[in-house]
Design a protein around this ligand. Structure first.
Ligand code: NAI
Ligand code: MG
Length: 357
């Protein structure tokens, strides 16, 4: 099988970590029978400064027409409002209908705060809720008032819960393959339907209906629910409890960043933007201007994003090999970048992971 992968480095350390992602794909063992072809695509603030557009049409069209998957590095946002500039990744998610943002968070080693291993995935709905950005303001005798629409649909809630169920089933399968019985597959549906029975109530009922599918039951996926505030409380105190967490857009935004903070460095946390067509892997960190150009950025978030992309392309075996090689590099602890307390360069980490692959 030959897969075409779009490479969108973006700005800053995106230009260092995306080449690392390409290298790991090229280093996959030939026994997997996979071939990759790559296409370099532009987006970001540098692109905007050079051409006046942050997301060129060619990038969108190529992704739509040619690519199975893509890797997106990071983009810098201008510090002051800049006419004509808007975030290319936000635009890409919209244009390609990437309705799910998936973020696995995994601890490197037990810590005093978290002696039990953290290994969870947040699944955030990415197209609606308060982020439809339909706001209005008006004056009243008591002063100005502002309102925003929170839109929840059965369709979007169903498809996000279905993705969460598929992820839980896949994780159960992978754990079973490894003989790991430490954790039961579980999806936690988070909402606040006690206060918002219509909007969050719809998210809740659509999610439960989707997750009741026979194939999820057959995979042993348990489904539970938690109100978002108490869920965050428990996430911080007892993160090892969680497996897959699904949430509407706003709660998912907050909870996915909170979950990322539970592990040591932003340089470790991957994500995937998932839709019905293409999947885009994206490290969670930004363009890190403070370290850009020094060759010391941590490539692991990107390497894991590559694996996550492969997961969603149903290339589980290739994905598992990358996850395992990354975990082995971290467990060994000898070749780590400075954000992890080590001295290694980006390239040395990549080479170490490739050796272990
Ligand atoms: P950031 O994630 O770029 O950096 C925060 C801190 O973490 C910095 O000290 C940085 O050196 C460190 N860090 C991040 N990734 C690292 C890696 N792979 N290896 C080692 N250290 C790493 O967030 P910040 O500084 O708030 O934003 C910088 C720029 O990135 C801004 O223009 C911001 O708008 C943009 N940004 C873009 C994102 C995206 O493209 N999805 C996400 C977050 C920020
Ligand atoms: Mg966020």
């Amino acid at each position: 099988r030959t897969l075409r992968i779009g490479l969108i480095p973006g700005d800053g350390i995106g230009r260092e970590v995306i080449p690392a992602g390409r290298r790991i794909l090229e280093a996959l063992p030939s026994s997997l029978g996979l071939k990759f072809s790559f296409v370099d695509l532009e987006a970001g603030f540098d692109t905007f400064k050079q051409t006046g557009v942050a997301l060129p049409d060619r990038t969108v069209e190529t992704l739509k027409k040619e690519c199975d998957g893509a890797l997106f590095g990071a983009v810098s946002s201008p510090v002051t409002a800049t006419k004509g500039y808007s975030s290319p990744i936000v635009a890409l998610r919209k244009k390609l209908d990437l309705f799910a943002n998936v973020r696995p968070v995994k601890s490197v080693a037990p810590s005093a705060a978290y002696p039990d291993p953290i290994d969870l995935v947040t699944v955030r709905e990415n197209t609606e809720d308060l982020y439809v950005k339909e706001e209005r303001s008006y004056d009243t005798p008591d002063g100005p008032v502002a309102e925003a629409i929170k839109r929840i649909s059965h369709k979007a809630s169903t498809r996000i819960a279905t993705i969460a169920g598929e992820i839980a089933a896949r994780r159960a399968r992978v754990r079973q393959g490894l003989g790991d019985t430490s954790k039961q597959a579980m999806v936690t549906v988070t909402h606040k339907s006690n206060v918002l029975p219509q909007t969050d109530g719809l998210f809740r009922s659509a999610s439960f209906a989707a997750l009741a599918a026979q194939r999820f039951q057959d995979a042993g996926v348990k489904v539970e629910e938690q109100i978002i505030d108490s869920m965050l409380y428990k996430l911080v105190l007892q993160p090892a409890y969680y497996d897959v967490i699904v949430a509407p857009n706003l709660y998912g935004d907050l909870l996915s960043d909170t979950a990322a903070a539970l592990v040591s460095s932003l340089g470790l946390v991957p994500s995937a933007n998932v839709g019905d067509g293409i999947v885009i892997g994206e490290p969670c960190h930004g363009s890190a201007p403070d370290i850009a150009g020094k060759g010391i950025s941590n490539p692991i978030a990107t390497l894991r994003s590559v694996a996550l992309m492969l997961d969603f392309l149903d290339l589980e075996e290739a994905a598992s090999k990358i996850y395992a090689a990354v975990d082995a590099n971290l467990a060994d602890g000898k070749l780590l970048t400075p954000d992890m307390g080590g001295k290694a360069k980006t390239d040395e980490v990549v080479e170490d992971v490739i050796r272990r692959l």
